[in-house]
Ligand binder design. Sequence first.
Ligand code: FAD
Length: 430
Amino acid sequence: MSAQTQVVECDAVIIGAGPAGSSAAAILAGHGRRVIMLERQPFPRYRIGESLIPYCWFPLHRLGMIERIDAAACTIQKHSVQFVGLDGKQTTPFYFASHTKHDCARTWQVVRSAFDQLLVENAKARGAEIRFGFSARQLLRDGESTVGVAAVDERGQTIEFRAPMTIDASGRDCLAIRERGWRVDDPQLRKIALWTYYKGAKRDAGIDEGATTVAYLPDKGWFWYIPLPDDKVSVGIVCERDYLYREPALDPKAMFEREAQIQPWIAEHLAGATQVGEYRVTGDYSYRSKYCAADGLLLAGDAFGFLDPVFSSGVFLALYTGVLAGDAVHESLAAGDVSAARFAAYGEKFRSAIEAMRRLVYAFYDTDFSFGAFLKAHPEFRSDLTDCLIGNVEKDLNPLFDAASEFADIPAPLPHGRPLTAQASGAGRA
Ligand SMILES: Cc1cc2nc3c(=O)[nH]c(=O)nc-3n(C[C@H](O)[C@H](O)[C@H](O)COP(=O)(O)OP(=O)(O)OC[C@H]3O[C@@H](n4cnc5c(N)ncnc54)[C@H](O)[C@@H]3O)c2cc1C
């Protein structure tokens, strides 16, 4: 630390103001903690991840956000999901209300820039301090303990935010994972995504207006079709890299248009619509952190792990872990014990949630698997399957996946997500 380095002290510092960071900040501030959230980008800022799942309702309810989200111009209601075969034939929509009468049966499609802004405003209204234009550069360490973070402001000045607890919610930037070498890649999920937006594309009326459509491509690739407000639709492809780049000379626009012509339902829905904005491509997004916590440090949202865009689990896991992290950190501060071991139960909740969804994602991509055939053989698992899809991941879903393993290669859990205690790391620590 140079003589000029400014030091700011608080109870908890949070890196990143996405759904994970804002949820944790709102909960901690609600508990009366002095919390500072650092965000590198000016808000509102663009984010992918527009389709929510029903169980987002529970963390959003805890945050007091349901009415605001219902009323916000950046959201439309989503009541169902539908699938479209390679031949362009659409299945009957699956309505969440056919599974549960709870208010969570209608969820939302959201414009993330504005949705994330709402979550930030909520954290601020509860007393969290938000510093935009602050880029966290390095976790501060005192021996094995994290004691805050060094950040750089827009003028290039370094400020140290010192706190007994730091929450890494930096999304796919994964500050702690990168700094500590904790990345665990998924051995099989190595997909790539290419997406853009359209205005004036075809959309259904009434309750079906906000439905998410998953439309299949060859080799278990698929399109997402997510209606948004302002007559916009988010349309994206997820597939194997070799499939997308099979004609390497094509640019993203040409690749997108080629795939849109292969899927008749997509071609028909986009006919006459106007493409807007850029074509975006991303890959290498299926990973987990070896550890969920170290002394004084906790990971939440994508900074902890991300699975795959199918089944839209990302924002749910970010909100879910953000709220859990806020409570867990508050309790650790109240106990005067911020050791990693305190966060074992937190890590276990994330692990079991993401592993349940991962088993479902593996089944989805298995070329021998079809949900229809599985449910025909095992109608007794319809409810469990739906629970997994809507985010009810605290339920014991092992019987479902034991049965599904007759039809698909269901993976063993990845070694990840425990706290970094001396016991977990063997002789030495990372
Ligand atoms: C192709 C694709 C499609 C997807 N579709 C969906 C979907 O339909 N539904 C869904 O639920 N999820 C979807 N997701 C996942 C979703 O985007 C994420 O899971 C979600 O945004 C995670 O929220 P978060 O708060 O953890 O991180 P983010 O939303 O990424 O927020 C992290 C924040 O941290 C800030 N930050 C990063 N580094 C620093 C730093 N060093 N200092 C300060 N600030 C920093 C960033 O600027 C950012 O604002 C998709 C993901 C991909 C890749």
